[in-house]
Design a protein around this ligand. Structure first.
Ligand SMILES: [Fe+2]
Length: 190
């Protein structure tokens, strides 16, 4: 079954994100959906031969394309919010438990997103213990925590901010925080 790109044009008009930046980002996302489908098709048609580099390199590539698709969906879906986080809600309490206070969590998440390199900052919840972690993901496929669910996803590839912010990544992260859809984020929590 092929994946279909979702429509996030409802995000156009968000404060701090130009239409050009968002439309380019949607196009990049659609490329990941296309390539995930293409790889799936190619892999199913290739001989299952571990000595054939065409087969093995396609196999290696799948995590990059699939995660590139799925992480963008998490990212766009946790944007477009207007309300701030309910500080007496379940998520705020869990964040405070994990990091000492909500503010300490936010500081850690922002610092994770501001790290050198391209990738993602992800707040994860461990499905086994319920514990929360801010994690750095290199590119799309390196660093994921096994058995953890993404709760809040921040894209820090340069294409996510350079059009509007140049090298000012912290200013982009500031705008990201202004537009988080906390209702969606809370809904991902178990
Ligand atoms: Fe992106």
């Amino acid at each position: 079954m092929a994946y279909t790109a979702k429509d996030y044009s409802n995000l156009i008009g968000m404060e701090g994100f130009s239409e050009t930046l968002l439309r380019n980002h949607f196009t990049l996302y659609q490329g990941y959906v296309t390539n995930t489908n293409k790889l799936n098709e190619l892999l199913s048609s290739k001989a299952k031969d571990a000595t054939n580099p065409e087969y093995t390199e396609l196999k290696r590539r799948f995590g990059f394309e699939f995660n590139g698709m799925r992480l963008h969906e998490y990212y766009f879906e946790n944007l477009g919010g207007k309300a701030s986080l309910d500080k007496s809600g379940a998520l705020a309490k869990k964040l405070a438990n994990a990091y000492g206070s909500y503010d300490a969590w936010e500081q850690d998440f922002r610092a994770t997103g501001a790290m050198r390199g391209i990738g993602w900052a992800i707040l994860y919840q461990d499905n086994v213990t319920g514990q929360l972690f801010n994690q750095w993901i290199n590119e799309h496929e390196v660093g994921h925590l096994a058995g953890c669910r993404p709760i809040l996803v921040l894209d820090v590839f340069e294409h996510a901010f350079m059009t509007d912010y140049g090298l000012r990544r912290a200013d982009y992260i500031e705008s990201f925080f202004k537009n988080i859809n906390w209702g969606v984020v809370e809904g991902r929590l178990k």
